[in-house]
Design a protein. Structure first.
Length: 321
């Protein structure tokens, strides 16, 4: 893989640039770390622009529940007016009258629990970094079928292989609202020209999440406790490359925008200390502050005395003459 080339600047955010050669050096280190795995990244030149593409690992760091969509945009299904009629399989009109079968196709909702893990269970680790097939992209994950139709065992296995899930959650009318296990990892295929909002929308669309992308943000979270929010103008894949490949040092997290505050490196240094140690730090800082104040007071007193003496000399000078 060729990592050479002429020198020019690659944008990595609003008003932020990195030289092409420096970025390629970071990329080389990144790919050596993930040698033999699908998390390696590829790059190409397109109309004079360097484009890097591949899988980006994103960890779930949500504190509030999310809601999965019941069906895709291209397969709209109008639910009956009450949950009781949904479960009973009756077709009700606007005023509760039973419609003829020819008026409204009979729809059945199958329980997805048989093919899923227990709610809230963490996803199994993926050592190869492969893009895990989880929620279907072209059909809803709700089990919708016309009564009388059936699928063979091989078709059911094929559908399960191509479904996307979050920690084993397919759409289920009982468990469609849940909180993904904190720290569980998924991945999305992106390129270096995609900004943070574009990556967020891609991730939510992949899992058919009903919540708006504006509720969330991406953060670079370090093991030290430092948290850096990626801006709307940032490019998450480039940010990941510049942070380095090791996820034991830093990870990309999906979190609620209004629930997480950024933590600077200076503050992060003290987060993991116990309270007695922090109090000792505060005490030492206060002692140092007192010493500096006393120094300034002594210096001010000396200067004041010198000024007063000089004023006395000036005032006595003409009188003596």
């Amino acid at each position: 893989m060729d990592y050479g080339g002429c020198e020019y600047l690659v944008p990595c955010g609003k008003g932020k640039y990195i030289s092409k050669n420096e970025l390629l050096l970071h990329l080389k280190t990144y790919n050596i770390y993930y040698e033999g795995q699908n998390l390696q990244l590829r790059h190409r030149e397109e109309e004079g622009e360097l484009i890097v593409e591949g899988l980006l690992n994103i960890s779930w760091g949500l504190r509030r529940p999310i809601r999965l969509q019941m069906q895709d945009d291209n397969q709209r299904i109008r639910p009956p007016p009450s949950s009781s009629s949904w479960h009973s399989g009756c077709n009700l009109g606007a005023h509760g009258s039973v419609l003829k079968p020819s008026t409204l196709p009979d729809i059945q909702v199958t329980d997805a629990d048989a093919n899923t893990e227990a709610p809230g269970s963490a996803a199994a680790p993926n050592p190869q970094g492969e893009e895990t097939p989880q929620l279907m992209r072209t059909r809803s994950d709700v089990g919708v079928r016309r009564r009388g139709s059936s699928r063979t065992a091989s078709e059911q296995r094929r559908l399960r292989r191509h479904r996307f899930s979050i920690n084993g959650h397919f759409y289920n009318h009982k468990t469609s609202v849940f909180t993904p296990a904190y720290g569980s990892v998924t991945n999305v295929r992106i390129n270096s020209t995609m900004t943070t909002p574009q990556v967020l929308k891609l991730l939510l669309n992949k899992f058919k999440i009903e919540n708006s992308a504006e509720e969330f943000a991406l953060y670079i979270v370090h093991t030290s406790g430092e948290k850096q929010k990626l801006r709307a103008s940032d490019y998450p894949l480039i940010a990941r490359i510049l942070q380095g490949p090791c996820e034991q040092v830093s990870k990309v997290f999906l979190m609620e925008k209004d629930q997480v505050e950024e933590v600077t490196y200076d503050v992060a240094q003290y987060i993991k200390f116990e309270m007695p140690v922090l109090r000792s730090f505060i005490q030492k800082l206060e002692e140092e502050e007192d010493r500096e104040v006393k120094k300034l007071m002594r210096k001010y007193s000396i200067l004041r005395l010198m000024i007063e003496q000089r004023l006395e000399e000036i005032s006595e000078g003409p009188t003596a003459m």
